[in-house]
Design a protein around this ligand. Sequence first.
Ligand SMILES: Cc1cc2nc3c(=O)[nH]c(=O)nc-3n(C[C@H](O)[C@H](O)[C@H](O)COP(=O)(O)OP(=O)(O)OC[C@H]3O[C@@H](n4cnc5c(N)ncnc54)[C@H](O)[C@@H]3O)c2cc1C
Ligand code: SF4
Length: 543
Amino acid sequence: MRPTVLVASALGEGLGRGEVLQRRLPGSEVSGSSHVLILPDQLTDQVGPVRAALLDPSSAPSLMFIESFDAQSAPRHVQALVAQRAAGREFVAELCARGLKVEMLRAATYEEGLTAAHGQSPITELVAMEPSAPQLTARLQTWAKKTSVQLSIVPNELWLTTRDEWEEFASGRKELRMEFWYRRVRKARGWLMEPGAGDEPLGGVWNLDQENRQRLPKGATVPSTPHFSPTPIAQEVINEARAETASNFGTVDSFGWPTNRAQALEALEQFCAERLAEFGPYEDAMSREHEHLYHSLLSSAINLGLLTPHEVALRTLDEFAKRPREIPLQSIEGFIRQILGWREFMHHAYDRFWQEWETSNGLNHTEPLPSFYWSGETKMACLSRVVRKLISGGHAHHIERLMLLGNFALLIGVRPQEVDAWFLETFVDAHPWVVTPNVVAMSQYADLGKITSKPYISGGAYISRMGDDCTTCFYDPKLSVGDRACPFTTLYWDFIDRHAERFVKNPRMARQVRSWETRKEAVREAILEEAKLIRERAQRGEL
Ligand SMILES: Cc1cc2nc3c(=O)[nH]c(=O)nc-3n(C[C@H](O)[C@H](O)[C@H](O)COP(=O)(O)OP(=O)(O)OC[C@H]3O[C@@H](n4cnc5c(N)ncnc54)[C@H](O)[C@@H]3O)c2cc1C
Ligand code: SF4
């Protein structure tokens, strides 16, 4: 069926799937010519073709934004849908207010939207910053070939590092490890380097992670994180979402994520002023009372393009330069490592391995995901708390993602692609380029170490050390057998037993394997028996 093309009088008209809404904003007469396609995670006026257009609006090409159901068709947290849709509409409205021509289309897929626009007024050249997902680049290329439109994919300047930098780093390396990437790109930018000391990192140490493992002291006061009242456009989208997305994961009532650049900048300023100083020491801590601790909560805004990682890094470095006595090196180093190190490393790694990761399952894990991942209904206090906060807010911090949600799925042996799909569906900041490397490779170790040297696993003792969930839990983190045995603790040893042959050869895991093997046979048998019962209870929804 051919898509319907409508001219709308206002953004946000309720249309059904399959319809294409084409809105000509004032002054946007389109002739057969160059069009710039703005993708929904490239909402930036700081870099790229939109920046160039703003510098000279009178001779700028037409800009085109497709609000594609396609981009939203994978099931998403309702707040992820709202953030993406509202931020796209606000961005278009802002560009128009600044005198640019922007064509706004709504279509089931990018291809349908492009075809409708092309049918109305022929496009000779389509310019786009490189998509974050190589799959979309391939689709745009196929469309352009079919329609004989010239496609110009230009570098995506939202990334802090270039493909050349990655190729130079990766070529000839047997193992790709974030730490070496991070040192290299940090040195290249001269960030946090000892002045006048050549290649020496500031303070003489590259990575202060060891110092960033403190538990939050009892009674600590933690500044609140920003929560933005929905703008009129965001409110309109929330109303649409309420009508459309009854089956999506999560609730939308407490939506407070930034949907425009001004809000995103405010969130960055607040982080620098109020939380950056403590970011390092409590980076791995977990707390029932202070759910976000000192984290930045900037991932959603950065992943949409509302902030560039470059400006985020420079702004935090500037804050450190202004307040060197208040902001410890471990905080600024930890933060820069996340933005320049992990985020960029995961992006390049996805480009390289995404096809393999679609099927990687090196540990042969086949269990289904326990149902409490959707409902939070479990006696396990830590997982119940995190899933409930995901439902209401779409966010959990890194250690909760890695050492609670990911760790448990790995220990119990869930199929990695099911875990991947779950993470993609349940977080406000989820996009395939960042979810898949973090989940399939890092958290589930499904590729057997393409980018990490060991699986991230722990029993209840670690969780008890880093947070206060265990104090209210039905289970006891010290127990590995019996009704009150902590499922993390039991399944940790079960995992070591299942994969002992593989991990005894891994220098970072061998100690745990030996510690398991030196236990009395009867103790080991009892733990393995308990693990079987836990697995059964998980599948019956009784954990
Ligand atoms: C299993 C798992 C799933 C994840 N899923 C996502 C996801 O869907 N979207 C997402 O943006 N991040 C994801 N991450 C990475 C990280 O947990 C989040 O970026 C972070 O928790 C976001 O909260 P924040 O902005 O407060 O981050 P902060 O703790 O304040 O960190 C600052 C910034 O560093 C970047 N960053 C830190 N760690 C990573 C990382 N491992 N990979 C990429 N960027 C990183 C983010 O941009 C983040 O905003 C995942 C990690 C794991 C282990
Ligand atoms: S006892 Fe185990 S399940 Fe309960 S909160 Fe602690 S780690 Fe989580």
